[in-house]
Design a binder for this molecule. Sequence first.
Ligand code: ZN
Length: 106
Amino acid sequence: MRHGSTSFSHSGRGRIPIPGDGRMRAVRRETTMISPDLLEILRCPHCVREKEGMLKLVKDSWLVCQEPDCGRKYPIRDDIPIMLIEEGDKWVGVAERDLPIPPPGD
Ligand SMILES: [Zn+2]
């Protein structure tokens, strides 16, 4: 009996770590929207330590944390998501439909 004739690779797709300081820089600016691939790896920096911290793209300008007890919203400025907890904190009390488009600058 031989083994190894059928080998399934289950190494699969690992999670791509996000740089810890939260501020991501787009290297190129060929697209004007956050790609699904990028959205998939972005997480709420507050929630990701303990939970999934999945984000939802709102109006192509905001990333809204999907954790029910979070509510942080992260602005996307010049196609760069500002993934800072202190930034998300500012918008906890603002409803999705009331978010300014485009997000205000500093
Ligand atoms: Zn969160």
